[in-house]
Design a protein. Structure first.
Length: 145
């Protein structure tokens, strides 16, 4: 089984389809994306992946999710010994004031209103996070986005 590049946490099936299409436009195949429908399930998948040494290189999460929100998931990952290094991107329809002063390991983006904007965001995230992670495997153990 291959290691996914991205863990996408989204509870709306239509939005999952849009993300997969946008990521595909950025050169990331659907097979490279693991999908979870809530933060709690995402945390389970990440803990299992850590145990198997198959962590994704980027976590993209909706902010409003059932069971555990994207912000709560990001906080739990940050305090988890095996998962604290994962970059977390929280996508939301409404940027809270706290998003402007979020920690370096977490970034917030407004959910784009159209597909082209979503595809542009997907490309930017791929370049910023996946290329940085590839650089780490080439010798830099601590890539920073």
């Amino acid at each position: 089984m291959t290691t996914p590049s991205i863990l996408l946490i989204e509870d709306n099936p239509g939005d999952v389809g849009l993300w997969l299409e946008a990521l595909g436009a950025a050169g990331i195949s659907a097979e490279a994306v693991l999908v979870a429908v809530d933060g709690a399930r995402a945390l389970e998948l990440l803990e299992q992946a850590a145990a198997e040494h198959r962590l994704p290189r980027l976590v993209i999460t909706d902010s409003t999710l059932p069971v555990m929100s994207g912000a709560e998931l990001a906080d739990r990952l940050h305090h988890h010994a095996l998962l604290c290094h994962l970059p977390v991107v929280i996508v939301t329809g409404f940027l809270p004031p706290s998003a402007k002063s979020c920690p370096a390991w977490q970034t917030w983006h407004e959910k784009p209103n159209d597909f082209n904007a979503l595809a542009n965001l997907a490309r930017a995230l791929a370049v910023r996070h996946l290329a940085a992670a590839a650089g780490a495997s080439a010798g830099d153990p601590h890539p920073r986005a």
